[in-house]
Design a protein around this ligand. Structure first.
Ligand code: UGA
Length: 427
């Protein structure tokens, strides 16, 4: 079997998932992070990220002696044949990606890399970063490649092990092949290309997904005006294989740590290249509008927001994660609060004792508590377990009998039987 010594720099979502999965493919992986406490926990297979299957995989990798955690880049790279950069690239000034973590990691590794090492950007980085990394490395005996990841939070391990495709780009001969060979056992379609194109694939894919959702949300608004049902419209559209059934669910707007960051970053990249990307700007604007539409929907349902008590169901940016970064639920909570509503929230993945979630809401540990004396319950995250809540009991605890379901998650008949009036999106 083809086994390589791999270093992964950064033990966040992407880094840790990649490290654990590469180890399970048989490679020897050393994963570095600057956070000593995190490294200490990972050595004991204690994973703080809510990601199905990840803890088990980390444990197996450690037990098999194929997965190691170290503090600092310098302790991970000297023996590696391939080094993956998986450090954060948050939204910086004006929406552009902030590359300081990438630059710091490269500066630290530059004199330690063995000849022929391939340094791989896995973080989402602007076009041209591969070139920049090569300049920063300032060596002619090492190579740079770009290998964007397409992992979704909540199914990262599954997405890694069963990818739709592997994309690797490099301007150096054989470097892309050497990186793609690491994934050979997965048997996935593999596309090799130049570095700039590979860097653009990730942005292009995420922005396309965001555009798809903005389109659906805009269409949902039109459905409401025309008395149509968005579920029927998207189902009818989705059977066209060129469109596809997935990623067509309307909601409170798209969020999370990737789509908002990447849409803004690509807009910046386009602007810097002298290209006015109106479609992308409209995609972002439509998403902003979506939260305002949801606010008016709630206000209308309860007869004005001032002084109203609302129980929020869900805070995470989507189901299956406890991630609150750029969560549409938090954005909507902030807007509701600014309009004078009083908010109590329940999310199965966010314990009440977690501090600093937001000042806008009181987080509680049981749904009944969120419903107590509420004028309305508002579903903001599509947790499947919300479908089978005891809606009659919740209705009994509420003062109003209204549910605003921004995810079109719940069964309207069940709500009606419980004496509740429900308002969805696009129907
Ligand atoms: C997204 C992409 O889907 C991944 O392919 C990509 O690898 C990842 O970003 C990344 O760049 O790392 P993720 O942020 O985990 O993954 O979340 P998604 O599942 O894409 O959801 C994004 C947002 O869209 C969420 O707020 C979700 O609730 C919303 N959404 C998704 C909808 O409103 N409707 C849908 O039908 C699907």
């Amino acid at each position: 079997m083809f086994v390589r010594r791999v270093a992964v720099v950064g033990a966040g979502y992407v880094g840790l998932t990649s490290a654990a999965c590469l180890a399970s493919l048989g490679h020897h992986v050393v994963c570095a992070d600057i956070d000593e406490k995190k490294v200490e926990q990972l050595r004991k297979a204690e994973v703080q990220i809510f990601e199905p299957g990840l803890t088990e995989l980390v444990g197996e990798g450690i037990a098999a002696g194929r997965l190691e955690f170290v503090v600092g880049v310098r302790n991970a790279v000297p023996d590696a044949e391939v080094v993956f950069l998986c450090v954060p690239t948050p939204m910086g000034e004006g929406g552009a990606a902030d590359l300081r973590a990438v630059e710091a990691a490269v500066a630290e590794m530059k004199d330690l890399l063995a000849p022929e090492t391939v340094v791989v950007n896995k973080s989402t980085v602007p076009v041209g970063t591969a070139k920049r990394v090569l300049e920063l490395l300032d060596r002619d005996d090492v190579f740079v490649a770009s290998n964007p990841e397409f992992l979704r939070e909540g199914s990262a391990v599954k997405d890694f092990m069963h990818p739709d495709r592997i994309v690797v780009g490099s301007d150096a001969q054989n470097a892309a092949e050497r990186v793609s060979a690491l994934y050979a056992r997965l048997g996935a379609p593999t596309v090799l290309m130049d570095a700039a194109s590979a860097e653009l694939v990730k942005y292009s894919a995420n922005c396309f997904l965001a555009m798809k959702l903005s389109y659906v949300n805009a269409m949902a608004e039109l459905c409401e005006r025309l008395g149509a049902d968005i579920a029927n419209v998207t189902e009818g559209m989705g059977f066209d294989q060129r469109i596809g059934q997935s990623f067509l669910q309307p909601g409170p707007g798209w969020g999370g740590s990737c789509l908002p960051k990447d849409t803004h970053a690509l807009l910046q990249i386009a602007e810097a290249a002298g290209h006015e990307f109106e479609l992308l700007q409209a995609t972002i604007n439509t998403n902003e509008k979506q939260s305002r539409l949801i606010i008016s929907k709630i206000a209308q349902a309860v007869g004005g927001l001032r002084g109203k008590k609302l129980g929020l169901l869900g805070l995470a940016f989507k189901a299956g994660t406890n991630d609150l970064r750029d969560s549409p639920a938090l954005k909507i909570a902030k807007m509701l609060k600014a309009e004078g509503a009083e908010l109590v929230a329940y999310d199965p993945a966010i314990p009440a004792e977690v501090e600093g979630v937001t000042d806008d809401v009181t987080v509680v540990d049981d749904v009944q508590h969120a419903a107590k004396d509420a004028n309305a319950l508002v579903v903001l995250t599509e947790w499947p377990q919300f479908r089978s809540l005891d809606w009659a009991a919740l209705a009994g605890a509420m003062t109003g009998q209204v549910v605003v379901d921004t995810r079109n998650l719940l069964d309207g008949d069940i709500l009606t039987r419980a004496g509740l009036t429900s308002h969805g999106v696009g129907r």
